[in-house]
Structure formats: structure tokens, C-alpha cells
Design a protein around this ligand. Sequence first.
Ligand code: 5AD
Ligand code: SF4
Length: 439
Amino acid sequence: MTEPKKLFIKTYGCQMNVYDSERMAEAMGGKGYVQTETAENADMILLNTCHIRERAAEKVYHELGRLRHLKDENPDLKIAVTGCVAQAEGKEILSRAPMVDLVVGPQAYHRLPELEAKARQGEKAVDTEFPEEDKFEHLADRPKASRGPTAFLTVQEGCDKFCAFCVVPYTRGAEVNRPAARVLNEARDLVERGVKDITLLGQNVNAYHGEGDGSIWSLARLVRELAKVDGLERIRYTTSHPRDMDDDLIAAHGEVGKLMPYLHLPVQSGADRVLKRMNRGHTAEEYLRLIERLRVARPDILLTSDFIAGFPEETEQDFEDTLALIREVKFGAAYTFKYSARPGTPAAERPCLPDEVADERLYRLQELINQMQRASLDSMVGKDVNVLFEKVGRQHGQMVGKSDHLHAVHITADEIKVGDLKRVRVTGAGPNSLSAILM
Ligand code: 5AD
Ligand code: SF4
């Protein structure tokens, strides 16, 4: 028997990339590759890149520079760059980093096995096309290995919103929706392999409108149908845009028991002037009304968001409006970003704020978010919560899982196994997680 070839994948950025990396690993599994934890002994290295953050491309070139010696030591090693930096830089990567063999954009992953075979014959390739076909359908030939209790499932990709700061509509392209039947099949397959908790993924997931049987299904419809899958216990979806929260989806939060009381709904800023310049298409007040309606449907829903500090021309008053919105909504957690100009986006044409101003606002933003997160965790102490256990903890006999509200929960109890869903009593709260006991 021939030794399996080793594949090392380094994943940057969002959950969509994590999902894509898993699919690529499975597709390369069909070509005799097994995943390895270190780049050192790999036969193929895949950098699945993200373009959201500042100097993303530079960081990838830097990483490639660090990998060059491996290629010198093992001329059979193949290096592929995938993800949004691959899409944005294209063949530029091959000229700046000649050790790279393949540059594959997010819409061309189904061609990876074929491109790898060509690379083995010394043929370099750049594939950043946006084909019409469903890339995941082609990546579906995978071994039926069992897996952990939680999984991501991509239902939608790309974005038509064109927020003024964001590269996604350029790197991931226009919105593409997977047909509902394929999503349901993949969900059933995941459940057979041990998954109990699925997060539906999309850059703009609540804009989902996929082909159902003879009609177009909304995300709400998809969620209602998914909830009928036996053995699937929990459903979430991310990331959503406030403008696409329709009545049916809000209602689903009150009606579908398997839909978890958790929603990541980025608002970016609490100031109307900034929201307008960001091309978000809604006001702060409209966002607040939306939250109100969600809380009527599901009173205990936990909300999280993304915020950008120091967007071009943001005034101190604008920034304070953002802090006021955060205090009003009481988010359970949030991702905070310092604005960074992405070349090619409209916001990049505008004058940036001085760095010190943006840094100082980012700091204040983080302080407030930390305080909110702390309060959210503290409010759970003494309550009974459902926890799906995902892994063993660092301490002896400890298990770690997630509550319905996506709080991390630690417990020491020998009788709990990975994949168990149990009701536990919260006894304490730390800065990032809860501790609990069995009842
Ligand atoms: N600068 C700072 N943050 C950004 N994000 C997207 N583009 C930029 C940018 N140019 C943030 C937004 C988005 C999250 C995924 O990344 O908050 O919701
Ligand atoms: Fe980017 Fe805006 Fe689309 Fe989100 S909604 S991916 S921030 S353009």
C-alpha cells in the first residue's frame, strides 16, 4: 500500500473559510490525502486566506516566504493559495511568490483535485472564475466519516449589498443560493454522521432565496423544514443583514423550538450619518425597532454584532451614538474592528481619521463590549441551561460545550461524553465562559 499523502491546511478568517477548508480536505481525501497538523512534513500546503483585514495580501506573502525553505527541501511539495486573497490577487501571486503552484478562488474549489493533478505534472494554474455550477455538489464525494456534534453548512455565498468598506462583493462575487434540497440532504448526511447542531452559513444568509420544490424558499422556510430532520437538535444561521430580517424569519424565532435564541446581526455603527455613508440601507432607529420585534418573538434572544471604529469622517458624536446603541441593545458579545481601507472599495476614496483617534475609539468600543459580555454571562448564573458538549477541557475530567445562547460552558463530570446534550445548572461566570454542575 502506498503511504497517504499529507495535506496541511492553514485557514484564515471567517467560518465560511473553515467550512470551505473542510470541504477541500474531504475532496483531497478522495485523492489519497490525509490532513496533517504541521507544514513541515506535508506533501501539499494550502493557505485558505481572508481579505477582510488590513494588509491581508502582505501577510500571505510573508507566510509564503516562511514556507519557501520547505519547498527547497522537498521539491515535490505543492503549495496552493485559496480564499479571498487568491481571488483578489490572482496571477500576481505566481509572480511575487514563485514557489506557489496553484491559486484557486472560492468559486473554483471543485476543480482543486484536478488542478492538483496538473500541478504534480509541473503545470501551475490560476483559477478565479465564477462558474454557474454548485461547487459543493462537486465536492460532495466524500468518505462518510463520523464527526463532532456541531457543523457549519453553507447555504448561500457572495453578497449584493456593497457596504462601502467591504471587499466581499468583489472577492466572493454576487449572491448565489444553494437549492434547498441539497441543503436538506447535506443536513441529513451530517446528522447521520453524529451532528446535532448546525449553523447555516452565508455572507448574507438571511437573504437566502433558494430553489425549493417548484418555488423559491426563504431562509425561514428552510429553517422550518430543517427543524423536521430527526436527530438535528439545534439550528443557527450567520451572518445576517438587518435589511433582510423578514417577518417570517422573525416569527420563526418564536415558533421553531430548534432555532436557538441567538442571532448575530451586525449593525456596524449607531450613527445615521455613518450608516448612510457605509451604504447599509437602514437607520439606527430601524435597527432598534427590529431588535424590539425579535425580542417580542423570542424574549430571551441573545444578540451579537460587528462594529467598525473610526470609519472615514466619523465624528466623536457619531461614535458616542454607537456606544449609546450598544447600551440600549445590550449585546451579549460583538466583534470590533478598527476601520481599514480596502483598495477598490468606495470608502477607501475618503480621507481616513488619524490613527490615534481610531485606536482610542476601538479601545473604548472594546471596553464597552467586554462589559456587556460580562453582564450577559453574569445574568446566567443560577439558571438551568441546555449544553451540547463538544470537547474535553484542559483540566482533568472537564468537558466543554455551548449553551443555547452560545455561551461556552465548563463542567467537571465524568459521566458526560462528547455529543451529549444535557441540562445543567450554571454556578459561576468568568470573562468568557460559564461554569456549571449537573443537576
Ligand atoms: N475595515 C474594518 N472592518 C471591516 N469589516 C469588513 N470590512 C472592513 C474594513 N474595511 C468588518 C465588518 C464586517 C466584519 C466581517 O468585518 O464589521 O461585518
Ligand atoms: Fe460585506 Fe456588507 Fe455584504 Fe456583509 S453585507 S458581506 S459587510 S458588503
